[in-house]
Design a binder for this molecule. Structure first.
Ligand code: CAA
Length: 304
């Protein structure tokens, strides 16, 4: 028997490339009203114009009618300004898609949980940070993690890891914290399926399955470049044409964001204490230089 996700309204925190993509698939595929929040009004404007562009492309390609595109667009509303994050208090599920920074995520979850309905799910789109740690941080200061109330609150936290570009990539990785209840896990899985995604499940280990495998691969490619084994083009072409990858590893690193790659690699290295995950010095230096990849125009390649 399929489990109902029970999401009548979704909140999305963060209107970057991931948050915007999640808002779009929820509105278009799961047909759920979405409240999108970001601290930056500039980011919201950028996110919504991407949504408009992608919907217009689907209409132009005959995959959606004008009416279907309009209905999807109308399901997305913005919450910002003075209302801030509190504007999401009545939703049935929140997907957090802010930067890959534990203290930022913890701050959001702590300040936010008391505002939500008692049955609402709090999902994090983190790529590597411990969901168990995030769940523990969701408790208000006066609630103990071992109390019934503490277990109930943390039990509603789950990892829901989408992939970029969200409208294109068919996977969602589902991660259960030690505290996550089976009901939360089932509802989150049902929601991801309603968004048109296939779901795999991973234990709450650093990087989960996806990034425990992907990041060492990207890091090795950066080390190849660092050692002068081959040019950036030859490294990428080898993997693209030799192994049929849609992008080479350096192109993919630029696409994900070099700051995000470094943050994930640091989480893997610190979380496993295994030297095989040590980020390359070149990656660290590129992030020091604020060369973040496609998002700001300079990474291993240049972008206009
Ligand atoms: N948002 C939405 N759609 C996008 C997009 C974006 N940013 N970029 C491309 N697309 C769409 C295009 O509109 C096009 O759609 P249609 O076929 O419907 O017209 C389709 O993707 C293909 O695009 P292009 O023809 O322009 O280019 P392409 O064939 O080179 O494909 C790509 C682009 C889909 C990004 C492909 O190169 C690819 O799959 N790359 C690998 C992406 C990947 O590995 N993502 C996972 C990264 S890891 C991650 O996200 C998680 C993490 O934890 C780090």
């Amino acid at each position: 028997m399929s489990i109902a996700h029970g999401i009548r309204t979704l909140g999305v925190l963060g209107a970057g490339q991931m948050g915007t993509g999640i808002a779009l698939v929820a509105a278009l595929r799961a047909k759920v009203p979405v409240l999108l929040h970001d601290r930056s009004s500039e980011q919201i404007t950028k996110g919504l114009s991407l949504v408009d562009k992608l919907l217009a492309k689907d209409v132009a390609k005959g995959r959606l009618t004008d009416e279907q595109a309009k209905e999807a667009r109308d399901r997305i509303s913005v919450v910002g300004g003075d209302v801030g994050i509190k504007g999401l208090r009545d939703v049935d599920m929140v997907v957090e898609a802010v930067s890959e920074n534990l203290s930022l995520k913890q701050k959001i979850f702590t300040s936010f949980v008391a505002e939500l309905k008692p049955e609402a799910i709090l999902a994090s789109n983190t790529s590597s940070i411990s969901i168990t740690k995030i769940a523990a941080s969701a408790l208000p200061a006066n609630v103990s993690s071992a109390s019934e109330e503490g277990k109930k609150i943390a039990g509603r936290v789950v990892g829901l890891h989408f992939f970029n570009p969200v409208p294109v990539m068919k996977l969602v990785e589902l991660i259960s914290a030690l505290q996550t209840t089976p009901e939360t896990l089932d509802r989150a899985r049902a929601f991801a399926i309603a968004c048109g995604k296939e779901v795999t499940t991973s234990k709450d280990v650093p990087g989960f399955v996806s990034n425990a495998l992907l990041m060492p691969f990207i890091n090795e490619a950066i080390m190849c470049l660092e050692k002068g084994t081959a040019t950036r083009e030859d490294i990428d072409t080898t993997l693209r044409l030799g192994m049929n990858h849609p992008m080479g590893p350096l192109q993919l690193a630029d696409f994900i964001g070099l700051d995000t790659c470094l943050a994930i690699q640091q989480t893997l290295y610190e979380g496993t204490r295994d030297s095989k995950y040590r980020p390359s010095i070149l990656l660290e230096r590129m992030v020091d230089a604020q060369w973040y990849g496609r998002k700001n125009g300079k990474g291993f390649y240049e972008y206009n």
